[in-house]
Design a protein around this ligand. Structure first.
Ligand SMILES: NC(=O)c1ccc[n+]([C@@H]2O[C@H](COP(=O)([O-])OP(=O)(O)OC[C@H]3O[C@@H](n4cnc5c(N)ncnc54)[C@H](O)[C@@H]3O)[C@@H](O)[C@H]2O)c1
Length: 378
């Protein structure tokens, strides 16, 4: 099999996480096709050169177009802020590359629509980094649901809570400006729980929601006296209905004091329930109605057995995995998908479906009514 050349755009938080995943994946997943960490692109010469050295990339460029022009690069990994996704995705498909794009797919549904059409027309792989789909306990939850063990799914409660914006002195960043981020807590972390709900329960068919900005002005830089306007939400909540008749309650917050990265859900079925919390990500809580009555109750499964998804490639039972492993699993699935010519999930269609829910929540926050997420473009 030929070596798959990777080009990464962005060397921030996600650039670092993805680089680590490319470095680790072959050592733990022997079925991974051969890969080459060819080039990384960023805007600052000194910083991108240092990132290439520390993260393990062969070349560094200050213009990502150099990656698109390189015939040895097969995949463009887009780890930039939301406002860059549209142009970088469209140009990558036009250059004949596969695309691995960070979430949310776009800053608007209109952009996402065009991106999905370009992906389909290209015949290339288009994957979006909803990495929480790749947590072993989350995949186990999916398997339990599909096996019918918790019966018919009736309700989903999901919340993704962080608190890095609780301090009104926390400075501005691209994440707080609509032109760069699209939305705030909604698209940043609400996107993750929306995608998990889609994966585990099925399509969301209607929503009614609220967006709130608790701190509307912030210092433009740390300790600066100059203030800038926050133009996105820092809290959102919405109710949802699912195609299968289930109901959903969602909350995403970056002002939930004390909650650092509390990405959690509970799913109630007619015969059982499942609960997950990312801050305790090696465990899954399950309840089965058909347990013997004298021991019936929620039990906690340590998801580190070799029978559990992805786990056999890591460590012996009880030797836990962490957040970075989700990215390793994601790039493993990406590279295998490229080699086999089958688009791994989550695809650009999944990215669009999530974007359509974000769009409907935004519309509902304005209209005060229930709104329907738009279907995939034809
Ligand atoms: N899947 C996850 O768990 C997760 C977590 C955090 C962020 N994200 C997503 O990842 C993306 C990036 O977020 P981040 O946290 O890494 O941001 P970041 O600010 O840490 O890094 C962004 C990077 O993009 C670069 N960049 C910005 N504009 C550019 C341009 N015009 N050309 C080239 N490079 C440019 C910046 O220099 C920086 O290296 C966003 O879409 C975000 O929503 C995903």
């Amino acid at each position: 099999m030929e070596t798959i050349g990777i080009g990464l755009i962005g060397y921030g938080f996600m650039g670092k996480a993805h680089s680590n995943a490319y470095r680790q994946v072959s050592a733990f997943f022997p079925d991974t096709p051969a890969l080459r960490m060819a080039s990384i692109a960023g805007r600052n010469r000194e910083a991108v050169t240092e990132a290439a050295r520390t993260f393990g990339w062969e070349q560094a460029y200050t213009d990502y177009h150099a990656l698109l022009a390189d015939p040895t690069i097969d995949v463009i990994d887009i780890s930039t802020p939301g406002h860059m996704h549209y142009h970088q995705v469209m140009e990558s498909f036009a250059a004949g590359k596969h695309v691995f794009c960070e979430k949310p797919l776009a800053n608007s549904l209109e952009e996402a629509s065009r991106m999905v059409r370009a992906w389909r027309a290209s015949g290339k792989i288009g994957m979006i980094n909803f990495n929480y789909r790749k947590v072993p306990a989350v995949v186990l939850a999916k398997q339990i649901i599909e096996s019918g063990r918790i019966g018919e799914i009736r309700s989903f409660r999901g919340h993704y809570l962080q608190d890095w914006l609780r301090d009104e002195h926390a400075p501005m960043s691209w994440r707080l400006q609509k032109e760069f981020a699209g939305t705030g807590a909604l698209g940043d972390i609400g996107a993750h729980i929306t995608d998990l709900a889609h994966m585990l329960v099925g399509p969301i068919t209607s929503v009614t929601g609220m967006l709130r900005t608790a701190v509307s002005q912030r210092p433009i830089a740390r300790d600066s006296a100059a203030m800038g306007d926050v133009t996105v939400d820092d809290w959102t909540g919405f109710l949802a209905t699912f195609e299968n008749g289930a109901t959903g309650v969602f909350e995403a917050s970056r002002i939930a004091t004390g909650r650092r990265n509390h990405n959690a859900f509970e799913i109630n079925g007619s015969k059982g329930s499942i609960a997950f919390d990312l801050e305790n990500m090696n465990k899954l809580e399950v309840y089965f109605d058909d347990d013997a009555p004298d021991v019936r109750g929620f039990r906690t499964v340590l998801v580190t057995e070799s029978v559990h998804p992805y786990v056999s490639r890591w460590w012996p039972a009880g030797h836990i995995v962490g957040w970075e492993h989700t990215h390793v699993h994601q790039v493993h699935d990406l590279l295998v998908g490229i080699a086999e010519g089958t688009n791994p999930s989550p695809t650009f269609a999944d990215g669009y479906r999530c974007q359509a829910v974000l769009d409907a929540v935004e519309r509902s926050a304005i209209s005060g009514r229930w709104e329907t997420p738009m279907g995939l473009p034809s």
